[in-house]
Design a protein around this ligand. Structure first.
Ligand code: NAP
Length: 246
């Protein structure tokens, strides 16, 4: 098992990619703190992990609230005595064309996808620096590599997440902490269910592998980057997109 004995926090793990990642990490031997703004969903993920014989703690956390984020890290350390891995997965969309996007749509996405990643990364890094080791993984997107129609706010956050990933890799590398990002393409989750079927079909056709991704495709990439197999990899952005960016 690749994550035997590790302790991982995964934000937004009540459903979608976060849930698949939490289950995968548990199957690889990690003890998982399942965090989501929706406690019912977080509890379901934790229950699934326990049914599979793993160990999990479910917490209700809004990543935009620094006091809740600090409490999440504190509870993790109290319960499991350390923090090895943070997966900054929580993210939202609120799409509109530039001329129609409201202040509220812009601010909401910035707050969760960018400030939330900053909040969790900073709180986790404080513990990891003290320990002298750790791994931080951030959810970017192909949209953070080439932009996307109707996603001014979302693209800004994902380009920003890549910027933070590279900055943290430089700052934290000497402290024994690796920081990487995963850039998923179009993955079948509740987030993409909101997209028109026509657009998803188009994305499928555009990708050389001719399919949409699964949450497990992304979870597998996170598991690799979290593991010691990736011990010389930092500051990287790993595309998990069926080749759509080529
Ligand atoms: P998802 O199905 O919408 O799941 C996101 C989870 O995050 C939900 O459980 C959601 O809770 C939770 N969440 C939302 N706001 C939060 C907050 N403030 N604090 C804590 N948790 C919060 O999304 P997904 O498709 O799995 O995507 C996961 C990540 O991958 C996101 O960062 C996304 O941008 C990125 N990504 C996804 C795709 C894709 O094609 N799906 C592609 C590229 C990148 P609620 O249930 O209450 O909303």
């Amino acid at each position: 098992m690749r994550l035997e004995g590790k302790v991982a926090i995964i934000t937004g793990s009540g459903r979608g990619i976060g849930k698949a990642t939490a289950v995968k990490f548990a199957q690889e031997g990690a003890r998982v703190v399942v965090c989501d703004v929706n406690l019912e969903d977080a509890a379901k993920t934790a229950e699934k992990i326990k049914e599979l014989g793993g160990e999990a703690l479910a917490l209700k956390i809004d990543v935009t609230r620094i006091e809740e984020v600090e409490e999440m890290v504190q509870k993790t350390v109290n319960e499991f005595k350390k923090l090895d891995i943070l997966v900054n997965n929580a993210g939202i969309t609120a799409d509109a064309k530039l001329v129609k996007m409201t202040q509220e749509q812009f601010d909401k996405v910035i707050s969760v996808n960018l400030k939330g990643v900053f909040n969790c990364g900073q709180a986790a890094a404080k513990v990891m620096v003290e320990q002298g080791n750790g791994v931080i993984l951030n959810a970017a997107s192909v949209v953070g590599l080439y932009g996307n129609f109707g996603q001014t706010n979302y693209a800004a956050t994902k380009f920003g997440v890549i910027g933070m990933t590279k900055t943290w890799a430089k700052e934290l590398g000497p402290k024994g902490i690796r920081v990487n990002a995963v850039a998923p393409g179009f993955i079948v989750t509740p987030m993409t269910e909101k997209m028109p079927e026509k657009v998803l079909e188009m994305m499928k056709e555009k990708a050389p592998l001719k399919r949409l991704g699964t949450a497990e495709d992304v979870a597998n990439a996170y598991a690799f980057l979290a593991s010691d197999e990736a011990s010389f990899i930092t500051g990287a952005v790993l595309s998990v997109d069926g080749g759509i960016v080529l």
